[in-house]
Design a protein around this ligand. Structure first.
Ligand SMILES: Nc1nc2c(c(=O)[nH]1)N[C@H]1C(S)=C(S)[C@@H](COP(=O)(O)OP(=O)(O)OC[C@H]3O[C@@H](n4cnc5c(=O)[nH]c(N)nc54)[C@H](O)[C@@H]3O)O[C@H]1N2
Ligand SMILES: Nc1nc2c(c(=O)[nH]1)N[C@H]1C(S)=C(S)[C@@H](COP(=O)(O)OP(=O)(O)OC[C@H]3O[C@@H](n4cnc5c(=O)[nH]c(N)nc54)[C@H](O)[C@@H]3O)O[C@H]1N2
Ligand code: SF4
Ligand SMILES: [Mo]
Length: 685
């Protein structure tokens, strides 16, 4: 008789951590279904979940540690792998100091729990390197930081209860299907929907207002909306008077902006801009649901987030049902960092003091450090669950920089373009082989926290915690790493929470936590900012010499800012719109024999395509100042003319050969990935 069991855990094919139930027969995974009892997804799953088993058992999985010898990979034991890693790290430390080594962690691990991340940082602390980089180097931390600095809190949209939703640079039908369902629920119940996007995304087709914006001009639009709302006195006077500071300075600031200019800059008709302002400001409650990188990867990325926060505050949609909620809390997990052991600061701290720090450095500075050795040598990297050769901008430059390293180690589930360049490749555990807590504040305020239970094991793969724990002990850091295995670490982090984790572990994938949702909490506590109010004028920005008000600037490459470049590269390029079936460069291997596998396409308007002699499905050249790629064209009326959209992280049409890693946002150091200039032409047959 076969041995059957079911394990409740969390999907990890993307960062949303939906509850799943995994069925096993004789320790083999045979079925995955949505967990109807999990409060986030209530049993529903996206199409990526159908690929979990293929992903787990993929013949491509890295099954054991491998070391590069004479240009080829050779299988080695874990003991050899620990010794190779230790000696690689120690050589760098002895020759150049510990800060010549950096750990880079990708979304597949970052998105799975802060404790895992803090544990990895603990290793960096013990080793003495301050350098720790996550995808937040160009992802959503800009938005979080801008909101924290403006309100002292991160407000998240309660779209299900909204009567007006502004979907701004975000296509949840591809990137967060639960959010898309909540929007549908709200609009089915009469909510108005406004969509601001260069592409007519699925949700825009039934939107009340669709503003087809020129990429990179969102700040100009936001300032125009602020101006109309103030000029026409549509703002929430009580809320603004009692709970915001800097309103007079904001009034002064927007005097310099003209709404007609905004229309010319954004390519959105004046009437549409006015009707967005009127709709958003007059319907209550309203929420703005923004992308988690589309508004951030611009020179005004940080200011875009500030401007949206100001709109939310002006309309009084803070801490009310259907607006933006701020009452999330964290459990009191055991502190894992060892800050006293580290000298120096994370990469980019000097240049971006409001942004780079404990959680992530600014990784865009690394390629130049690797190439020039300035401001100090950078000789080694460990890359965990990330594929920077495809996912970081300016791939040509990054590859050259990686070639300058003394030691590159990559921990991954399947070989990728970055692990091909490594000296040491480590078999990473998938999410089904790890125990984790998903402790986002967002969940706390929804009354629960999620637990991922280890389901089974695969060949010789190790979880991140198991590897860095063993390496630390191998390198003589037992004093700071007294635990014997990952289970002990997991239990340790719960020790101060008051939660008896043994009661839950292996039995459930969620723990009730955080209690009832609270509203208008600021009435008791104020806002945790220097003025105790929402800072329309940011005193913190002012104190470090940044613009305290959102101010629009053109993208670095734009027809207006850089007409010279625009002569040779006349088409606007936006990159990285998500595709439902994949997460960045991951899971392509699960479609190997699938004739219907989604492929990368450059989306082009038929009028633009016609002008350049490009037909539907034809392969085209796309070039920027950095490089050139070939990709198939898909003609669609849904994209703005003069703009093309190319998804990221495809090996054969790698859009990051076209992008630039140069930091453009003065506050965060983000690169410009959403509004560049390119030229397009058909590939001659
Ligand atoms: N299936 C899947 N889901 C994912 C991911 C994945 O790789 N695959 N990645 C996850 C991660 S790490 C992230 S950061 C999020 C990303 O999530 P989002 O940032 O929300 O990305 P999208 O949902 O693709 O929506 C971005 C939209 O912005 C539009 N856009 C492009 N440029 C501009 C611009 O300048 N202004 C405006 N207003 N709009 C613009 C695009 O046309 C697109 O429709 O998704 C997460 N979810
Ligand atoms: N041009 C452009 N570039 C972009 C973006 C864009 O919009 N435009 N978006 C950026 C954003 S927001 C993000 S978040 C980044 C994401 O960039 P990355 O974090 O680099 O994302 P992935 O390509 O998914 O890298 C995951 C790699 O890790 C491995 N892996 C997958 N799961 C696991 C696991 O469980 N354990 C281990 N050890 N390894 C695993 C897989 O082999 C895969 O190759 O991409 C960024 N790049
Ligand atoms: S959205 Fe899809 S891939 Fe992401 S966790 Fe949920 S089911 Fe998994
Ligand atoms: Mo991201």
């Amino acid at each position: 008789m076969s041995d059957k069991k079911e394990v409740k855990t969390l999907c990890g094919m993307c960062l949303w951590a939906c509850g799943i139930i995994v069925s096993l027969e004789d320790e083999k995974i045979v079925k995955i279904k949505g967990d109807p009892d999990h409060p986030w997804n209530k049993g529903r799953l996206c199409p990526k979940s159908a690929k979990i088993i293929d992903h787990f058992y993929s013949p491509q999985r890295v099954k054991y540690p491998m070391k590069k010898v004479g240009g080829n990979f050779q299988r080695i034991s874990w003991d050899d792998a620990l010794e190779t890693m230790a000696s690689g790290l120690n050589k760098i430390k002895d020759s150049y100091g510990p800060e010549a080594w950096t750990m880079i962690v990708g979304m597949a691990v970052q998105g799975q729990g802060f404790n895992t991340m803090h544990f990895l940082q603990r290793f960096c602390d013990a080793f003495g390197s301050p350098n720790f980089i996550t995808p937040e180097t160009f992802c959503f931390l800009s938005g979080i930081t801008a909101n924290m600095l403006t309100m002292g809190k991160f407000p998240y949209a309660d779209q299900k209860n909204s009567k007006c939703i502004v979907l701004w640079g975000h296509n949840p039908s591809a990137s967060n299907f639960i959010a898309a369902e909540k929007i549908k629920y709200a609009t089915d119940n009469g909510a108005k929907l406004v969509v601001i996007d260069p592409r007519k995304i699925a949700l825009a087709k039934n939107a009340d207002i669709f503003a087809q914006i020129r990429p990179g001009t969102d700040c100009a639009l936001a300032l125009a909306l602020i101006k109309i709302i103030i000029q026409e006195e549509l703002y929430d006077k009580e809320f603004v008077k009692n709970w915001t500071s800097g309103f007079e300075q904001l009034q002064e600031h927007i005097k310099t902006y003209d709404i007609k200019d905004a229309s010319r800059i954004t390519w959105i008709p004046l009437k549409t801009i006015e009707s967005i302002a009127h709709t958003y400001a007059s319907i209550k409650p309203a929420s703005i649901l923004q992308g988690t990188n589309s508004l951030d990867q611009h020179p005004t990325g940080f200011q875009n987030n500030r401007a949206l926060a100001i709109l939310e505050a002006l309309t009084g949609n803070i801490d009310v049902p259907g607006g933006h909620l701020i009452s999330g809390t964290f459990p009191n997990f055991a502190q894992l960092r060892l800050p006293d052991l580290v000298k120096g600061k994370n990469v980019g701290y000097e240049k971006y003091p409001l942004f780079a720090g404990d959680w992530t450095g600014q990784g865009m500075l690394l390629p130049d450090m690797m190439l020039t050795g300035k401001p100090h040598p950078m000789k080694g990297l460990a890359v965990i669950a990330s594929n920077p050769v495809l996912t970081w901008p300016n791939s040509n430059k990054l590859k050259k920089a990686l070639e300058c390293l003394d030691f590159l180690a990559v921990m991954t589930t399947v070989p990728n373009e970055t692990s091909e360049m490594a000296d040491l490749v480590l078999p990473g555990a998938t999410f089904l082989e790890r125990t984790e807590v998903w402790d986002g504040p967002l969940l706390g305020s929804m009354g629960y926290m999620s637990i991922r239970n280890k389901v089974t094991e695969y060949h010789e793969s190790w979880s991140e915690i198991k590897f860095w724990l063993n390496l630390a002990r191998h390198m003589g850091y037992e004093k700071y790493f007294p635990w014997q295995d990952d289970d002990e670490v997991f239990k340790h982090v719960f020790k101060d929470t008051g939660i008896n984790i043994d009661e839950y572990l292996g039995k459930t994938n969620m723990i009730p936590f955080g209690g009832e949702l609270k509203y208008k909490t600021y009435e008791e506590t104020g806002f945790p900012t220097p003025t105790g109010k929402i800072e329309l004028f940011s005193t913190i920005m002012q104190s470090v010499g940044f613009d305290p008000m959102p101010t629009f600037t053109e993208p670095p490459e734009s027809p207006i800012n850089d007409p010279e470049t625009a002569k040779e590269y006349p088409v606007i390029l936006t990159t990285g719109s998500r595709v439902l079936q994949y997460t960045h460069s991951s899971y392509r291997e699960t479609y190997l024999n699938d004739k219907k596998a989604p492929e990368p396409y450059a989306e082009i308007h038929p009028a633009t395509a016609g002008y350049y002699g490009i037909g539907d499905e034809e392969v085209i050249n796309v070039a920027t100042k950095r490089g050139a790629i070939q990709i198939r064209a898909r003609l669609t009326e849904d994209i703005l003319p003069h703009v093309i959209n190319i998804p990221h992280a495809w090996a054969n049409s790698n859009v990051n050969l076209l992008t630039d890693e140069k930091s453009v946002d003065p506050v965060t150091g983000y690169p410009a990935l959403k509004a560049l200039l390119c030229k397009i032409s058909p590939v001659k047959k």
